[in-house]
Design a protein around this ligand. Sequence first.
Ligand code: HT7
Ligand code: ZN
Length: 864
Amino acid sequence: PQAKYRKDYQTPDYTIDEVDLDIRLQDHQTLVSSRLTVRRQGEHNEPLRLDGEALKLINIELDGEVLSEHRFQVVNNQLQIDDVPEAFELLIITQLDPANNSALEGLYKSGGAFCTQCEAEGFRRITYYLDRPDVLAVFTTRLQADKDKYPYLLANGNKTDSGELENGQHWVSWHDPHPKPCYLFAVVAGDFDLLEDSYRTKHGRDVALQLFVDKGNLGRAEFAMRSLKAAMKWDEVRFNLVYDLDIYMIVAVDFFNMGAMENKGLNVFNAKYVLADAKTATDQDFLNVESVIGHEYFHNWTGNRITCRDWFQLSLKEGLTVFRDQEFSGDMSMRPVHRIQDVRIMRTHQFHEDSSPMAHPIRPDKVIEMNNFYTVTVYNKGAEVIRMLHSLLDEQGFQKGMQLYVERHDGQAVTCEDFVCAMEDANSTELRQFRRWYEQAGTPVLSITESYDASAERYTLHCRQHTAATPGQKKKQAFHIPLRVHFYSDSGELLKLTSDELKNDILQLTEEQQDFVFEKVKEKPVPGLLAGFSAPVKLDYEYQEKQLLTLLAYSQDPFICWDAAQQVYLQAMKKAIAAGSPVQLSQASLDALKHKLENQQSDPALVSLLLQIPSEESLSGEYDVIPVADIHRVCGELKQLLASELEKELKETYSSCHPQGAYQFAPTDIAQRMLANTCLAFLANLKNPEITALLERQFSKADNMTDELAAMQAAVHANHTSADNMLREFAAKWQSNSLVMDKWLATQASAARSSTLDSVKQLTSHGAFSWQNPNRIYSLVATFTHNLAQLHREDGEGYRWLREVIVRLNSSNPQVASRLVTALLQWRRFDEKRQTLLKQELKTLQELPDLASDLYEKVEQSLQ
Ligand code: HT7
Ligand code: ZN
């Protein structure tokens, strides 16, 4: 496989203005006739080269004349035609086998329905085309299929005509007036239940909203519809962005490699981000539906109307759209909970990626397989970069920048640079150094010390930033870092410190070393550093326990408050690992946590989050060489310690804060369930009859999935005697609901038992599992890869089994295989024995004769 480099970008030699597709859908012999209006760009004699993969070419005509074989050739997945005129019409007929398309790219069958996935480069699996995002064309699509099996025939844009044919077939045609790149093309054909609604935009356009779900699931689609209308409204109010077609369709499918896809006017969703009701979905599932529905809708402007010039610019649409969906969720409810969850993703997954062989800037420079770059770096760090711009420019300045960006670039395919320029120009500012966030990979470490001169009443923060080398980038230059700071007195009052450099609580770090001096400071303050997680950096400041407890008790910034608790836990666990002794918490820390529990009423969700200890995975991020067994030990010990020390308060909180009455998806109820279930998870470690009764009662009496699942997870994760029984009952009750059974698979894959690998292996033969469906594979196998101690077993069995799984998926679904291999790449971070075992599995993969480009890229990069 060949690498592509960002620096090599060239405008296309030809462009396509119109595409007329006629698709006759059949399981194994779908015929696609594509009529293209092609135009040469610039002066040159280059041949026309169209991308195509896994296609059977039936016919080509140029301006109505059949092309004989010597006029074209197909080499290396490209159809090449020499000596073409300035402008011409090309007709290409290809044949596809969607029923045998297990990679779920291009046109495939999901259950009984046909559907497509074209981002990033799937359209070339449907027909020969200029499959790149800077070729924008107007699409017309005619679909034909059996009417009984496929009563709904859907494509982008507006429906223009339809008709019946003999032999039970029917057809529908669609026209999308907005020029678009082919990655936004979609068709769906199937038999669904349909939920309909409408939305009137602030411009007075009535938009028909249609949500298609598998038969029998209408009741579980209502929340998604509500979320869609909320998203449409929110984008009008906060971003002044208004929908632009008369119809917006969402189809939920069971077989999908990712979360959802923003195809123009016809979103295709993984069913798990659409279907939600109290009995089968947890509070978190509801929140995920809201956020993914929002995300795909927001792409209509940030992605579809203004798209990417090339795939290196992916973060232009994804970072920005994640930022927008995060803000949407925060404005809808529980902003602090969302923010802390976003930070957790950054710290556990993105920081991990930054320290891995696949580390890349949010705008990568080199790509072999584009599918490998739909990453936490491009998405979540990309969103943090946008958030920093938002902090530096504030809401008003940021919105001015957005407005200019939309005015300038509507209908274009543009770059991250264009976005930054719009922000600069709208605010008459310069962001020269800020651009390094797009250029450099890696997580900066921000080391801060302080000094206080009581007699001069002067307080100084000494800041130093350093970013370790990442593959291909040895020396890093200083980043422009917005550091939000709050200061407290020892007794917890917010202090107003002033300095010329402090604006809106933000210090701007631009040098490798920088001091910030504050005058007239009457007492040495406790600094609340990086408030709101104002930059995607690791903070290295030696907090004393007393300072952390002040922040835990008094910080008005929920992130700082939560982080103070995390630091208390991390310090205790690291100390125990270093000393080889049991984990201990000081009485003062325990008292502080007790106090939080006793006063949980003001914010039960935050109390729930700050009680939760760092995961084994996130603790491993603290080490260059990961001490697997020690990490596993101290995490277990800390849970046990908190459970026994806080038993009384946990029990009282559990019984007082569970919402009364029937389930409601409402922020106050969600927050209470979060806290009650966190208490239960700790208590399950105590294994006394009273707790057993609590667990079993909640499991059997729950009227909602949040509580039912929480009880089962608490039992399984604490290795409680009730666990096996609950797993059995749960499976018997939910066997016919695959999305619920995914939770059952994931619960077992995340168990901290030495038998987990054996159970996981056995579960691959269970009726609830399938090697064809990514949701099943992610629930069982991907969850297992995050189970640190079980994947990294000393005997290497975890690695061996994972490699076997990857070999199997290499041929059926390389995208999924590639997501799973990530767990093996970081071999340098383990002890020698594990390094040898890991490398051996990677080498076995490397030698596979038909290794997919997705895996090739990661394995090579890791072994280099
Ligand atoms: N823009 C979408 C990306 C996507 C995707 C990419 C590769 C392979 C399959 C895929 N399915 C969806 C999703 C999004 O960010 O909204
Ligand atoms: Zn997206």
